[in-house]
Structures are given as C-alpha cells and as structure tokens.
Ligand binder design. Structure first.
Ligand SMILES: C[S@@+](CC[C@H](N)C(=O)[O-])C[C@H]1O[C@@H](n2cnc3c(N)ncnc32)[C@H](O)[C@@H]1O
Length: 273
C-alpha cells in the first residue's frame, strides 16, 4: 500500500464499537491529554528499548495505533529515522504533527486489506490488548518486517487484581478491566504470554521486560488512572464490582498517593525476523 504524502486516508472500515468510541469518546476534550499521560509515563522505557534494538537513522518504521504520536514524532525528529508511518483508526491527534519523515495513515490494522509495506521496526503499544484478534494481528505485523527487522509490542500487565486484598483501589481496578472488556473487548490476561507468542511466530532474539511506575501523588500514572476511571465510570459501576462510595475512596487514595499498591505496568516484548 503506497502512502499518500498529502495526508491520511481510509483503509477498511472502522469496526463498530471498536476501540474507544463508546467509552473514551475521543471527540470530548481531554482524550489526547489522557493518552499523553500514558506516554509521559512510558515513553522513556519505550525509547530505551527501541534504541537498544538498533533503531537509527536508516530505519523505516511503522507505528501502529500511534495515538497522539509521541513515539512516532520522537523517531522522526530526534532519532532521525528515514521514515515513520503512523497508523491509527483515528488520526485526529496525529494529523497536526505530520510532515518531514512522519506520515500518517487512517487505517484499521484488523481490516483485510491492511498492507502498508515492509519495515525495519514495527511497534504497537497499548493496542493489541484491545483487540480480541490480537494473535492474528501480531502475526500480520510480524509479516510486515523486513529480514532483520524488529517487532516490538507493548501492552498493560496486571500484577495485582486477581488476588486479595479487596481494597477500594483493587476493586476499582477490577471493575475497570471488566468494563473495558465488556465495552471494547480489552483483555490483559494473556499479555504475560507475549514472549511465547512472538517465539511462536518464528521470531528470534525474543525478549521482554516489565515497567511498573510508582503510584505517587500527582504522578502522570495516577492522573492517567483517575482520568480513565472518570471516563469509564458508568461502565465500571455497571459491572457491579464497585460502588460509588468505594470508587470515591479509591480515587482519593490515588490522588493522595496512599493506595499502597502496584499500578498495572507495561510489558514490552520484542523479536527479530
Ligand atoms: C491506548 S491508545 C495508545 C496510543 C499510543 N500507542 C500510546 O502508547 O500512547 C490506543 C490507540 O490505538 C488505536 N487503535 C485501536 N484499535 C485500532 C485498530 N484496530 N487499528 C488502528 N488503530 C487502532 C486507537 O485509536 C488509539 O489511538
């Protein structure tokens, strides 16, 4: 698929009820800022890993589910890669930044015709966990690599909610994961299997790491969860796993830095073709 340097275009139809429209309402003010709180938390980890894997000025990169484009812009403007194609179903947060080595493409990576070329780096962060067909999508993304290229996949990893104690914070987190599952299809139960998934695709040099940011008062990650809970509040309450009162206590604990627990983290996994 050739990229139109004049701007984004559609490839396939967005999926009904797909990521975010129902829950996060990207047209409502603040959604770009919410995504950026995740970037502020995790971009250092992602950058370090991509550089360690040898991404550099000659690289041709595909950034899948690029969101507000912080990783794509860093690749284009600071690493100085040859080209970055930033793909998202919804490019409203990307378009203002396109230019130079950075191109955008409005496309659904699950659409049958999605084939944007071949790349030295294919990266997707916090995308596959929202896609029930994540195995097929991972295989498709691996198929977009040039020989020697790297597939790097990052998603949330939940280290706490399966077990007691049933603190307000854990009850709220459980309700959030259930709400994301019923509305979007999000599932983080499988993400610890990432290394096996990548090895099963025939990739070599497979590795993985986990980053868990501390839940300190005023931190970007605390603000991210508070904002995520705010946007998904009706769906969280509808799960029956948390009440208004419990949620209020959990929110206060996050705001004060007194949750005394682990945040969900980022698992980053990679492999080479
Ligand atoms: C949680 S955001 C993550 C954004 C960015 N990768 C980051 O880490 O900051 C998920 C992004 O993936 C996009 N997305 C979800 N499903 C997609 C699909 N099937 N095809 C393309 N983009 C998708 C969403 O529109 C959203 O921008």
């Amino acid at each position: 698929m050739a990229v139109d340097p004049a701007g984004p275009r559609q490839s396939g139809q967005p999926r009904d009820g797909g990521y975010g429209e129902a829950l996060f309402e990207p047209w409502r003010p603040g959604e770009g800022e919410r995504i950026d709180l995740g970037s502020l938390t995790y971009d250092d980890t992602t950058r370090r890993r991509l550089l360690a894997l040898g991404v550099g000025p000659g690289s041709r990169c595909l950034e899948v589910g690029a969101g507000t484009g912080t990783v794509a812009r860093w690749l284009a403007e600071e690493v100085g890669v040859a080209e970055v194609l930033a793909v998202d179903r919804d490019v409203r947060f990307l378009e203002p930044h396109a230019g130079g080595a950075l191109h955008t493409l409005a496309a659904d990576v699950t659409a049958p015709g999605f084939d944007p070329g071949r790349f030295d780096l294919v990266h997707a962060r916090f995308v596959l966990m929202h896609l029930p067909e994540h195995r097929q999508v991972a295989a498709r993304l691996a198929g977009l690599l040039r020989p020697g290229g790297h597939l790097v996949l990052g998603d949330a990893i939940d280290l706490t909610t399966a077990a007691p104690p049933d603190s307000p914070y854990r009850l709220a987190m459980r309700a959030m994961w259930r709400a994301l599952h019923t509305t979007i299809g999000t599932d983080v139960g499988w993400t610890p299997q990432y290394p096996r998934l990548l090895a099963g695709l025939g990739l070599t040099g497979v590795g993985a790491e986990v980053t868990v940011p501390p839940l300190t008062a005023g931190s970007p990650i605390a603000a991210f969860w508070l904002d995520t809970w705010k946007r998904s509040r009706p769906a969280m309450l509808a799960t029956g796993l948390v009440t208004e009162d419990t949620l209020a206590v959990a929110e206060q604990a996050l705001a004060d830095g007194t949750a005394a627990d682990l945040s969900p983290g980022l698992i980053t996994a990679w492999g080479r073709r």
